[in-house]
Design a protein around this ligand. Sequence first.
Ligand SMILES: [Zn+2]
Length: 148
Amino acid sequence: MEMAAHTLPLLPADRPRYIMGVGTPEDLVELVGLGADMFDCVMPTRNARNGQLFTEQGTINICNARFREDAGPVDPACDCYTCRHYSLAYLRHLYTAREILAYRLNTIHNVHYYVNLVKGMREAILAGRFADYKNAFYAKRGDASPAF
Ligand SMILES: [Zn+2]
């Protein structure tokens, strides 16, 4: 994060700024705040295959026993195919049974989450309210401040 803060302002302002292999939702919010424009990362898909799902409230692990009988969606704020059609309990069952559909449904959710995260940041920047967006992002997660 320190290196990005140092180098991003040195890049031409009229060119896109790309950061390779990043990262967590918090990483993206912080780096967009520093001026980064593009990322690529395996996290949405790899973490989905490992049962880790990103939500507005933070990251959850679908293996957790508290989801055994949870009829709710992964993220009530999400309108992806997975959240509209499947419960946490069913996704947990698929995952613990090593059913390949679990990996696909988890991936659909995580990719949707990342696309909406970046879309929300883009809209906030264009509206001149990125600072408000960033504050709301951390508030939804119960974090008063970023982890950096
Ligand atoms: Zn979803």
